[in-house]
Write a protein that binds this ligand. Structure first.
Ligand code: CA
Ligand code: CA
Ligand code: CA
Length: 238
């Protein structure tokens, strides 16, 4: 008797919750303007989760979706900050980290000496001024594929991502300019770097739970089949 009563009560209670939640969702959808929608929670996991899977599988977990450049402005990604307040901005940190012949660090973290390998064009560069720091997944591409819904703080974190060495690369100024905002549909580095580039591109899209557009998905898949199906390891940033 008692159990029956509790059972009925619980069912009723849970039905009430469902109905209330559904009504709240509909109400929220009616009230919220489209531009102010909260970012959807990522489907891959929570920040700090580590995912490891072969490249072909990694490509399958990326969500394919059309992209939109609407509302993009480069200034919406505050970049080259000094997040750890050690006097070196993100640009200098990448230069110092990637120099294979160590660079000198002068006043206000000016970088001199050193030598770098620009993987996009397979060249060696001995002058930091001839390098640009490339967002592997460009800021505009990040915007198009998810970052338009992020907070300014999330976009700043993306634009200064020192948490994954693949996110920011010192490359020759010439390749930096030729790549600009393009994704692998229209721009790829020199052929010897294709497999690394596609694996790293996939890793950064996963790390930030960004989508890929249909043409980009094709381009990535076409290169990936020519590559070893090596594991891609990613720590989720959001
Ligand atoms: Ca710093
Ligand atoms: Ca790097
Ligand atoms: Ca794209």
């Amino acid at each position: 008797m008692t159990f029956d009563h509790v059972g009925v009560g619980t069912m009723y209670f849970s039905r009430t919750i469902t109905t209330t939640a559904a009504a709240a969702t509909i109400l929220a959808a009616l009230i919220a303007p489209a531009a102010a929608q909260a970012p959807a929670p990522g489907s891959l996991g929570a920040p700090g989760d580590v995912l490891t899977m072969p490249l072909q599988d990694a490509l399958q977990v990326l969500i394919i979706q059309d992209e939109s450049r609407a509302g993009y402005d480069r200034s919406k990604f505050r970049h080259w900050v000094d997040a750890d307040k050690d006097g070196c901005d993100t640009r200098s940190e990448v230069l110092l980290e990637e120099a294979f012949l160590p660079a000198r660090q002068g006043p206000k973290c000016t970088v001199s000496g050193g030598e770098w390998y620009s993987s996009y064009d397979n060249t060696y560069v001995g002058d930091a001024k001839k390098l640009d720091i490339d967002h592997l997944v460009p800021l505009a591409e990040a915007w198009d594929s998810g970052a338009s819904t992020w907070t300014a703080a999330q976009r700043q974190a993306y634009a200064n991502d020192l948490g994954d060495p693949r996110a920011l690369l010192a490359v020759s100024a010439a390749t930096y300019r030729s790549k600009a905002d393009q994704d692998p549909t229209t721009w790829m580095p020199t052929e010897a770097a294709h497999c690394t580039y596609v694996a790293n591109w996939t890793a950064i899209k996963m790390r930030w739970q960004l989508t890929i557009d249909p043409a980009e998905a094709n381009a990535l898949a076409q290169t990936a089949v020519t590559c070893a199906n090596a594991p891609v390891k990613v720590t989720l940033a959001r």
